[in-house]
Design a protein around this ligand. Sequence first.
Ligand code: ARG
Length: 263
Amino acid sequence: MVRKLLLTRRSPARWLLAALTAVAATAGVLPGTAHAAENVVGGTRAAQGEFPFMVRLSMGCGGALYSPRLVLTAAHCVSGTGTNTSITATLGVVDLQSSSRITVRSNYVYRAPGYNGNGKDWALIRLATPVTGLATLPIATTTAYDSGTFTVAGWGAAREGGAQQRYLLKATVPYVADATCDNSYPDLIPSDEICAGYTAGGVDTCQGDSGGPMFRRDASNAWIQVGIVSWGNGCARPNYPGVYTQVSTFASAIASAAASLGG
Ligand code: ARG
């Protein structure tokens, strides 16, 4: 990332304050300071229980709990449709090392029909046993919520080329209209994809966040999923927003697939 350090001359008192702040930030005790901003590109740590529907998948992707047995993720995170017992989902924790984490194996993967690497970037993973006691994340079924300010979260890289994270990070990013996003990405598929990010960059999802949800509050103040982390040019670069699967476009296909998988 991201925010340039101000390399100006400081008085001794200012220097001491800066040094102490740096130490405290490195120790992770000052959320919202430079250290926090170096985590999910431009994000901060999520609180335990804040996003109960967040799922970490063992292939290095994110996902969202769609129902007790189904995780919605990105098509590019899975290899195809069929029986698949190789994926482990970790749920219920912000700390992936927590002893209270829930881990469940997959037993089936459904990848969006016709997925070929362009658009249609969604898939459902069925868990071998249902996970109860965790709130699920409903998906947007109309375009009503396909604008505004979105929340993103994940255990992916905190900077372009950076390491995967132990603790769940979150950030907010504004909607970017297709016509604007298309200027950055001529390959954009406006019907299938929705963009979000700041013109100046600095805040974004990144590698390993793929498959995770982009969500916002609905009219009842409940979380609703509008996007799935899909791709971007690097991470948090100026004029290159993140590109997300436009969930509303695929809502009925996702619901039908979910029903065919047993809910
Ligand atoms: N494709 C990446 C993944 O597999 C996600 C990239 C998101 N990039 C971005 N700039 N928002 O994890």
